[in-house]
Write a protein that binds this ligand. Structure first.
Ligand code: HAM
Length: 422
């Protein structure tokens, strides 16, 4: 019997984790600079939270959730995204009462969706997301978009395109909804059963149907942008004005509707335009969700945010041929010859590590030559070889591996030497 990781999941192996840690530290730094404080919520929630939050008619809720009953008979779901959880926590902990609004939150953690496996699409993936809850100022829409763009610039990505759209307010959506129903109703028999179900419940979802996307009625469907109210248009113009001030380029994409139900006004996605990036080019998605806090049982408070997956960010780096510079250094490797020397090595290693100097030695009884090779493979900056004469002299030649230079240093002075030359 042999075991494998479950379909759609992956092991992040030790040689890959430095890259992940580097990206995570960039994300944490940016969150700090923009002042989005980290929130950690459970990995599962009451199923109803996502049904209400993400929306009953979305693909996520209908097809992709990992839902299970616990031993107490409660229906729970592994979180497919982070917004509903962040908003639930915001309401539960009455963060609307905090004097400084908006409340700016960030999170990094695994999300779960039972999706068809393909490049860039996993069943467990790590999302970084931010949510700014409590402001309906178009300047914060621009701030959130700017933070998302900064993430990609900070890792060196260049082949990016920002798509933005306005999904309008309730009035816009109601008018557009009726127009969509009138448009599709006479021929709805030609569409898949999901679309037939969506017609009355949520006709907007028909537009991102993966089955019928080539039906001619899709192209001629009424565009939401034609139904924008004066307020929505003015709001959208303001967001664009702020983006211009920030020097952020964008494409207005009237077909951008997003796959989750809570959005209104600003919606955006960042795509990779790198050749060699797979079929799925969306790196990041987000938008405004005025109304969601109230739907989840809180006051009528507006919000906006985005999320991106680290998996797709790393794929984009690969597609652009960018190697992240990662910290994976070994300051010193200690080669020991004989039992006495080994005792001394263990003692020295401990004194190095206590001062934050990374140090390693052999634990599988290899000959000196093999130990030297090992030091080389591990990329050690310095090597010392301890044998009988070194023990007698209480001193050792410390070799700088790159230059080959050697210097004699007393055992007691090694820590200081390394701290000075690290
Ligand atoms: P979403 O568009 O469903 O939005 O997902 C956001 C991002 O998560 C995607 O652009 C992609 O980078 C990543 N992602 C989604 N599904 C997968 C997958 N199966 N495998 C790998 N990566 C994936 C949301 O989740 C919203 N909560 C975003 C948001 C926050 N809106 C407002 N605030």
């Amino acid at each position: 019997m042999s075991f494998k990781v479950p379909r759609g999941t992956q092991d992040i192996l030790p040689e890959q984790t430095p890259k992940w840690q580097k990206v995570e530290s960039i994300l944490r730094d940016l969150s700090r600079v923009y002042r989005y404080k980290e929130i950690r919520t459970p990995m599962f929630e009451q199923t109803e939270l996502f049904q209400r939050g993400v929306g009953d008619t979305t693909d996520i809720v209908q097809k992709e959730m990992y839902t299970f009953e616990d031993r107490g008979g409660r229906s729970l779901t592994l979180r497919p995204e982070g917004t509903a959880s962040a908003v639930r926590s915001y309401v539960e902990h009455k963060m609307f009462g905090i004097p400084d609004q908006p409340v700016k939150l960030s999170y990094i953690g695994p999300m779960f969706r039972y999706e068809r496996q393909q490049a860039g699409r996993y069943r467990q993936f790590v999302q970084f997301g931010v949510e700014a809850i409590g402001s309906a100022d178009p300047a914060i829409d621009a701030e959130v978009i700017s933070l998302a763009m900064d993430v990609y610039h900070s890792v060196g990505l260049k082949d990016l395109q920002l798509h933005i759209n306005s999904l309008g307010d309730k009035e816009t959506r109601d008018a557009h909804r009726s127009a969509l129903i009138n448009h599709f109703k006479p021929s709805i028999g030609e569409f898949c059963s999901d679309c037939q179900n969506r017609l009355e419940k949520n006709p907007l979802r028909i537009l991102d149907c993966k089955v019928d996307h080539e039906h001619p009625l899709m192209e001629s469907a009424p565009k939401l942008t034609d139904y924008l109210t004066e307020f929505s248009s003015a709001y959208f113009d303001k967001v664009k004005e702020y983006l211009d001030v920030l020097g952020i380029e964008y494409v207005v994409d009237p077909n951008l509707v997003r796959g989750l139900d809570y959005y209104n006004h600003t919606a955006f996605e960042i795509m990779s335009t790198a050749s060699g990036f797979g079929a799925i080019t969306t790196l990041c998605g987000g938008g405004r969700y005025n109304g969601l806090v109230q739907d989840i049982g809180g006051p009528d408070v507006p919000g906006i945010g985005f999320a991106l997956s680290i998996e797709r960010l790393l794929l984009a780096l690969e597609a652009e041929g960018i190697e992240l510079e990662v910290e994976d250094s070994l300051d010193i490797y200690v080669v020991a010859i004989g039992d006495e020397a080994k005792l001394k090595s263990v003692e020295l290693l401990s004194s190095f590590r206590a001062k934050g100097i990374s140090a390693d030695m052999d634990y599988v009884d290899r000959k000196m030559k093999a130990q030297m090779k090992s030091a080389d493979r591990l990329g050690a900056k310095y090597v010392i070889v301890i044998g009988e004469s070194e023990l007698e002299e209480a001193a050792v030649n410390i070799k700088h591996m790159q230059t080959g230079n050697q210097e004699k240093v007393q055992f007691v002075d090694l820590v200081n030497f390394l701290l000075e030359h690290k």
